[in-house]
Ligand binder design. Structure first.
Ligand SMILES: [Ca+2]
Ligand SMILES: [Ca+2]
Ligand SMILES: [Ca+2]
Length: 453
């Protein structure tokens, strides 16, 4: 009888262990690092210091990509990048390829600094580049040459290990960086949205390091980006708890003129009711981005909200770079966020005197409108790279409709502001122009609650 009890107890324990393992690994056999991240940050789930990177795991990975030459660039995998086609990248690239003068901070899981398709676009801290007085390379001499408080921070900083080692032990950060700024025309891999850019890499999370405070690392990362002069921050992560310290850091970025592009989150929820941060802070420099599938519907996994989520961009099965000179597909609002960041780089490169509010306005007020997006986003729009560059160009819309009045009043940038676009003559002309160039706009125009703010 006693041995039967022991057998049953052991059997139950074994079954429980199996179930626990099965829960930790998802169906693709990928470890669920996002739940791990939650536990790492706080010791237990639900505490208010959690910041997770988005739940977008590698779907498939390939070391070599199919040879599909593009009409524009010779990057072999570019035709697998449906998001580039749907966001009108080819036409946008006839206007600009971006610029190395635009500095983007990618706050994520690090990067493969030697990746064949990204390394040319990594930012180099001028204060940690070149030779020191002893003839040693400043990047690796073990000295904080620019006295910014960080030793050898040549491409950015790792706040998990407090070193300049940016090694990406997940792949998420390398994937995001590639979407924004993989090199084009090098006969390798893909092309980023902005194939010319400077990428500052700041690491706040590592799945291999336990007991990391992701929120604290996030705040430190934002402050580093501000200190080192980033113009745009890409943050493809977040959590459901408000943090005053994080709010203050993003507000400091706002004061410093930095655009903050943030993932709306993959919680399957309405962010108007269940907030997701930092995307939902009421700050004028934030763009909150949700994800689209190839038919331009918002993913069922993506957060949405007509008050809180600004715009939608491609986010399903997105091909990009992965560590080890490889490439693969990932899904989530993280990927969509990187699309919008890439768009911001193109706009800034095309109009160098633009401030963050100009960039935000051009991106949010010129996308493709659709009735289904009207139910789920503040602008009713999905990203269109070409329109973001050209619709407001020189007071002339892309389809030739002349617009008049001050550009700065077209789009109000603070969430919750109910200022009517139609009250402004320039805004009305713009809306008319955009509506004429869009098949779905008649229905949109009829719906008062969905008008652009
Ligand atoms: Ca330094
Ligand atoms: Ca140094
Ligand atoms: Ca390439």
């Amino acid at each position: 009888m006693q041995s039967l009890k022991v057998t049953i107890t052991l059997g139950l324990f074994f079954l429980f262990s199996l179930v626990s393992l099965a829960l930790f690994f998802n169906l693709d056999g990928e470890a669920d690092f996002s739940s791990l991240a939650s536990r790492d940050a706080s010791g237990k789930k639900g505490k208010s210091t959690v910041r997770e990177f988005e739940k977008s795991e590698v779907i498939s990975k390939q070391d070599k990509v199919e040879n599909e030459p593009s009409a524009l660039f010779n990057d072999p995998a570019i035709k697998q990048a449906w998001g580039l086609k749907k966001s009108d990248a080819a036409r946008a690239w006839k206007v600009t390829h971006g610029s190395k003068d635009v500095l983007v901070a990618v706050i994520d899981t690090g990067i493969d600094i030697n990746h064949e398709d990204i390394k040319a676009n990594l930012w180099k801290n001028p204060g940690e580049t070149g030779l020191d007085k002893n003839g040693k390379d400043k990047a690796v001499n073990g000295i904080d040459d620019d006295k910014n408080g960080y030793v050898d921070d040549v491409h950015g900083w790792n706040f998990v290990s407090s070193t300049g080692d940016l090694t990406d032990n997940h792949g998420h950060g390398t994937h995001i960086a590639g979407i924004i700024g993989a090199q084009a025309g090098n006969q390798k891999g893909i092309s980023g949205i902005s194939p010319e850019v400077s990428l500052m890499i700041i690491k706040y999370y590592d799945p291999k390091v336990t007991n990391t405070d992701n929120l604290k690392n996030t705040i430190n990362s934002i402050n580093y980006a501000i200190k080192m002069g980033a113009q745009i921050i890409n943050y493809s992560g977040g959590g459901t708890d408000y943090s005053q310290e994080e709010f203050d850091a993003v507000k400091k970025a706002e004061k410093n003129g930095i655009l903050f592009v943030a993932a709306a989150g993959n919680e399957r929820s309405n962010s108007d009711q269940f907030h997701y941060y930092p995307a939902d802070y009421k700050l004028s420099n934030i763009i909150s981005v949700t994800a689209l599938d190839p038919s331009k519907e918002i993913l069922s996994t993506s957060n949405f909200g007509i008050e809180t989520v600004d715009i939608a961009a491609p986010g399903q099965n997105i091909i990009s770079t992965l560590p080890g000179n490889s490439y693969g597909f990932m899904t989530g609002t993280s990927q969509a966020t990187a699309f919008v960041t890439g768009a911001a780089v193109l706009v800034k490169a095309n109009k160098t005197d633009f401030k963050f509010d100009d960039i935000k306005k051009y991106i949010l007020s010129t996308g493709d409108a659709s009735p289904t997006l009207a139910q789920k986003t503040r602008t009713s729009r999905s990203l269109n790279l070409f329109k973001a560059l050209t619709v407001l160009d020189q007071g002339m819309s892309a389809n030739g409709v002349m617009v008049t009045g001050p550009v700065h009043e077209v789009f109000t940038t603070t969430k919750g502001d109910n200022k009517e676009l139609s009250s402004n003559p320039f805004g009305k002309s713009l809306m008319d122009a955009v509506q004429k160039s869009n098949n779905n706009t008649k229905r949109l125009g009829d719906k008062k609650e969905n008008q652009i703010q």
